[in-house]
Design a protein around this ligand. Sequence first.
Ligand SMILES: *Cc1c(COP(=O)(O)O)cnc(C)c1O
Length: 364
Amino acid sequence: MRWKDQIKSLAPYQPGKSKDEVKRQYGLEEIIKLASNENPFGCSKKVSEVMSKETGYFALYPDGYATNLRECVAEHVGVTKDQLIFGNGSDELILIIARALLRPGFNTVMATPTFPQYKHNAIIEGAEIREIPLVDGHHDLDQMLAVIDEKTNVVWVCSPNNPTGTYIPKKKLESFLARVPKETLVVLDEAYFEYVVADDYYNSVELVEQYSNLIVLRTFSKIYGLASLRVGYGFASKEIIRALEPVREPFNVNSFAQLAAIEALGDQEYVENCRTLNHQGLEQFYNFCKEHNLSYMPSQGNFILIDFKTDGNEVFQFLLERGYIVRSGNALGFPTSVRVTVGSKEQNAGIIEKMSQYMQVKAH
Ligand SMILES: *Cc1c(COP(=O)(O)O)cnc(C)c1O
């Protein structure tokens, strides 16, 4: 068969070990997973209450226009219904954008390290990839601008950035957008938008009004706690949405996801509460780092990258054997760090105790 050459170099997604496997292997009673930036508190109770209502509809296709969800999101975000596109997770929106715009002979610009799906999809489409290293964990927007040319179809900006948790301040993002050519689509991935507490964060809805070449991606997988249902959305000018829509599969967001997302969106009190608890959780980790003189990235997300100045895999393994699954920085472009998802207060205290043990063992 004549496979695309470029996919031969790609590895299939490697799922981590299952909780049961880890339990058996290390003789543990309980495993706490702080590896995928999932909400440790789950989703709003309102979601579980409504889900049983959907059981009669297994045989029917979902609403391909996500009519009700569309109305709710339009009102919540403050855009019109024709400014929205829905995806099977924002992962799928990344795929749709890549599929619509990237191809051999054109290029795409992104930071590194950042969320890996931008590059992954760009490789599949055969576009040239221009990666600009982060500077102290931050997007180097000037350098990204410097490599944009008349063949640049998409530039990806992740804010807050995964895996660093850093965000782009309002002024910097505005001056960047003002200088990107109008023929280049800017994708602003705001998967962690709802966690942000920084004062100088921008208003991406206003930016979309101002820039006709900007699309913003958000998701129900993170603060809303619906990762398993797969639903994300993008908002942009209606011209961008109109251009992308034919690339979307007709029934890409299932009925449960649509129903759950509506309920989740309706419980903003829950979201606010999660944001506050996350902020307090981050403080637990900052205090730990300060106490042990470890450098870390101040985060606007629900995760923190901590530099142990040793092999990240070793820290990962130490924590794994003691019942905590994190992400080794090795796979994320920060080989001496680990990325920890902020858990509940108790979970944070638990993993901090194990990380302190690690520091003691290391010191002797
Ligand atoms: C988790 C994450 C996504 C993907 O979210 P889904 O909606 O679950 O596909 C996208 N971008 C970033 C930066 C993420 O961290």
